[in-house]
Design a protein around this ligand. Structure first.
Ligand SMILES: [Zn+2]
Ligand SMILES: [Zn+2]
Length: 371
């Protein structure tokens, strides 16, 4: 028995073998110390004097290593806790470790972290408290720096054929751009941003974007929605360090000349048409008959037509009587005289009021759902 008995190399006391080491555990220098000597300079926690967190003062992104990450953090307590837990180390001989932290906001840039640890070492339950101040440094992330510096890689120009872009079209297109870029950002793409939106040009807005890919994708999405075509005009701006040419591309999303809601007259004796689609070629509904209209393939979206107005120009007009299958009597919206007009197939015979567009002395009933 005395063969296996050992003594503490520091104080010479006999060491209790049961707690000296667990089976299979490597015997390091401290393993042979008695409990008293072992715990005399034992530290459960190795904590740094302070920890640092760098956040972007503009967008709130947090710097991790050499990357910026959007955390959508409202306050930085969680980020500070994370910074502390990364900077701390817990003694490897401790089992059943638990820890809790109480943050104390000292001022805008300092959070003091009061941490309490507990663990089991050599069968003894230990607790230790450390306080680590976390300093929050505000900088400007690379992305915000580029936005502030007016950086852009492509320009998306919204234009329309032979006419200025209407404000409702501009609003819709800008909303599409903002939503798409916001979704990219939401997905963690920090390369995607809008540098500027300029609505001062009467022909249509110019939108500066962070990448050529964004310009291309958005120009396509806009013309998928409205119809129209996309042209791109690359301009060589510089060569990068490896001698590759760097292009800035202007994408022109050109909306069709006529769009849904326009009332146009093809002057082919079948009367005016309310446009319903300008994808590929102009399509619509004849106002006299309610029959379908489609421009020829060669004419595409720009047949020879006379524009009479838009559905927004229609006036709510009183129906006097339905005369027969082909005629309705209405009150002329300007003169209030009873007037007989063509009855289109889309006319609802129960309607008391219908939208009417006047062109010269002619009145046309418009489809209800188009107004
Ligand atoms: Zn000892
Ligand atoms: Zn930022």
């Amino acid at each position: 028995m005395s063969d296996s008995r050992e003594f503490c190399p520091r104080c010479g006391d006999p060491v209790d073998e049961r707690v000296e080491k667990r089976p299979g555990e490597p015997r390091d220098g401290s393993a042979v110390l008695c409990d008293r000597c072992y715990f005399a300079d034992f530290e459960l926690i190795d904590a740094p004097e302070r920890a640092h967190v760098t956040v972007c003062g503009r967008c709130g992104a947090v710097e991790r290593g050499n990357r910026w990450v959007d955390l959508g953090a409202v306050d930085y307590t969680d980020v500070a806790i994370e910074a502390v837990s990364e900077a701390l180390s817990i003694h490897i001989n401790a089992d059943d470790v638990e820890w809790g932290v109480e943050p104390e906001q000292v001022d805008e840039t300092t959070i003091r972290m009061h941490c309490t640890f507990s663990g089991v070492v050599r069968g003894t339950h230990l607790t230790e408290q450390v306080t680590v101040p976390v300093r929050i440094a505000k900088e400007v992330c690379d992305r915000c720096g580029r936005i502030a510096g007016g950086y852009f890689a492509s320009i998306l120009q919204l234009r329309a054929e032979d006419r200025p872009v209407r404000s409702d079209e501009a609003n819709k297109a800008i909303e599409m751009v903002e939503r798409y870029v916001a979704d990219r950002e939401q997905d963690g793409d920090r390369e995607a941003f809008i540098s500027s939106i300029d609505r001062s040009n009467e022909a249509g807005p110019n939108i500066k974007l962070s990448t050529n890919k964004l310009g291309q994708t958005l120009a396509n999405r806009i013309t998928d929605h409205f119809g129209g075509t996309v042209d791109d005009y690359p301009t060589l701006v510089t060569e990068d360090g490896d001698g590759n040419e760097v292009y800035r591309v202007t994408f022109v999303a050109r909306l069709p000349k006529y769009t849904p809601g326009d009332v146009v007259d093809p002057e082919d004796d079948d009367g005016p048409v309310v446009v319903t689609s300008a994808h590929g070629r102009l399509k619509g509904t004849r106002l006299r008959s309610g029959q379908r209209y489609e421009a020829s393939h060669e004419d595409g979206t720009t047949p020879e037509v006379q524009k009479l107005g838009r559905i927004e120009d229609a006036e709510p007009t009183t129906v006097v009587t339905v005369e027969d299958d082909h005629a309705v009597q209405i009150l002329d919206p300007e003169t209030y005289e009873a007037k007989t007009v063509s009855r289109p197939a889309f006319f609802n015979p129960k309607a008391e009021v219908v939208p009417v567009l006047k062109d010269g002395i002619e009145c046309y009933i418009l489809p209800e759902e188009s107004v």
